[in-house]
Design a protein around this ligand. Structure first.
Ligand code: SF4
Ligand code: SF4
Length: 110
């Protein structure tokens, strides 16, 4: 992340404008998800929730402004490869982003 000019610092990104504040997105494989809830617990921005009938719960992104930071913790903790990043965050109006390359998965604990 590079330093901003004073002019750039004055501009606060509009969070519901995708051109200024693009949040991370995850893709969920509903066939693999068993609703164990681990990803919803570890998500630092609390954007994941379970839904569905009691014995067939699945995970999904909450509706509305889902502020996923593309940390990929959900992928790291999921034992069933049911969730992964498909888009990384980019606050274009606030931070000058250096090409970080493809997302790197956090180390798994198992
Ligand atoms: S950790 Fe994996 S299996 Fe468990 S609810 Fe999340 S996506 Fe589904
Ligand atoms: S990538 Fe991080 S912030 Fe985004 S849904 Fe997964 S755990 Fe939450």
């Amino acid at each position: 992340m590079a330093l901003l000019t004073k002019k750039e610092m004055k501009h606060i990104p509009i969070v519901d404008n995708e051109e200024e504040a693009q949040f991370g997105r995850v893709v969920i494989d509903l066939d693999n998800c068993n609703g164990c809830k681990m990803c919803t617990i570890i998500c630092p921005t609390n954007v994941l929730e379970l839904y569905g009938p009691k014995h067939d719960k699945k995970v999904r992104l909450k509706e509305g402004l889902a502020m996923c930071l593309s940390c990929d913790n959900c992928h790291a903790i999921c034992e069933y490869d049911a969730i992964d990043i498909k888009q990384t965050y980019n606050f274009a109006g606030r931070y000058r982003q250096i090409n970080r390359g493809a997302p790197v998965h956090p180390r798994r604990s198992y």
